[in-house]
Ligand binder design. Sequence first.
Ligand code: G16
Length: 543
Amino acid sequence: MLTQTVQTTPIAGQKPGTSGLRKKTAVFQEPNFLENYVQSTFDGIGGVTGKTLVLGGDGRFFNDTAIQIILRMAAANGAAKCIVGQGGLLSTPAASHLIRLKQADGGLILSASHNPGGPDADFGLKYNGPNGGPAPEAVTDAIFERTKAIKHYKICAADDVDLATIGHQTLGEMAVEIVDPVSDYAALMQTIVDFDKIGALFAGGFTMCFDAMHAVTGPYAHAILEDMLGAPKGTVINGTPSPDFGKGHPDPNPTWAKMLMNKMYAPDAPDFGAASDGDGDRNMIVGRGAYVTPSDSLALLTAHAHLAPGYRDGLAGVARSMPTSRAVDRVAESLGIGCFETPTGWKFFGNLLDAGKVTLCGEESAGTGSDHVREKDGLWAVLLWLNILAETQKSVSALMADLWAAHGRCYYARFDYEAVDSEKANAVIDGLRSKLPMLAGAMIGEQQVQMADEFSYVDPVDRSRSDGQGIRIVFEGGARAVFRLSGTGTQGATIRLYLEQLETRHDRLSEDPQKVLANVHDAVLGLSDLAAITGRTAPDVIT
Ligand code: G16
């Protein structure tokens, strides 16, 4: 096998964000772009000589081509072995599990998550470390430094690896193992939730709709929900992964999972609805006529996790990202367990999980997970919900009503202003930052500010510090607003405004969230000058 060292020049802008590098597909297809980034990743993690890597993606356009390039580069860089999902497919949580199960040295996951796929859409590449979780900042910084200095990459000339056939192959000196993407993951799920109980629930006529959004969870959901748990065929919709996700936007929220929402709000709605995203790490939960916010879902799972075999001994603690509502804090307090507030990005949960400080964690951006892997896990969340529904024999809306009655309700909404000119988006945040010192105790509209700051985090395990993680404004009376810039967009900047209002009065727990949040919304939008600076008078998406 011929190994080539190809001269190259650094390509600007290869800075990995919260979830690796995400760009337009066409950018990844530019000459040497993918190769530069892969070599920089290999160099940034100290080389791959003798290492075992897990490799797979969400099946979007360019997935298979990129996998062949990465395999040839891994072989040329001296990797001992690559473990690849059949057809190049691995959901993000399944990849995380495989890294841990096979005690691999890390993995490369090809995905732009919930962003659309196709030649005109998005692509992405992320490195996960030996614990199965996204690389910490020190590693992504090292990768970024290499992208700026890279002068050559190594690749070997070889025929394509057969990704379709399960079994062992070689590529030069490197071993390649093609594995079933589903079976190890399904076996893990059987150790966490009670398959017999959930099977009995379906056997008793319980109905469900799982929307795989033409993305990677299709094969997992067909196998686990329909084949193993006995849910009727047809329970899983949009279950065949397609390179452009059926021309859809595989983001499980009420806006993009419209087909599921329509079913769940129809007179003949099934008992339970759920969806997952492009790479299978996000989830959406919806009962009959009852959408559950991701923040509330985390609180509900925390309250009831002990009903599943995997959490029978209770939870060590929980964690949520800062913009996630504080609903879970109230449940954790009642359980007498710790609750950590981290910056946005799953990687911040890794140390807490590794150190055994938390068992469950979650984010407002539709991510929930536990210590079974080091990624958020869409299907796991759905299965844990099913376990809870089977044990309690209550509906989703009854469970939520009970939760709110016990702990109060954190009304919540997120407003996204997408593809904003980056300078203008930064001007909004800079403007807010400059006002922070004057805010404590001030009245904004009808709301009195209790505390306002820019969130920074010191990791309790390794003491690493992360600054500039979003503007927080907390009001007297239980309202809170957070402004931050997205780390995952591929076009301009996305400003996210997160709003929350706690309500504990029992006769006010079923209000329209937008009405409840109107006061805090109007107050902070005025304060931010967002409309004046960006010219945007309405958000693109409200979730
Ligand atoms: C990624 C991270 C999540 C994080 C989200 C934030 O999600 O994995 O932990 O919450 O980004 O996105 P943004 O910075 O746009 O608000 P994913 O599903 O895109 O990998």
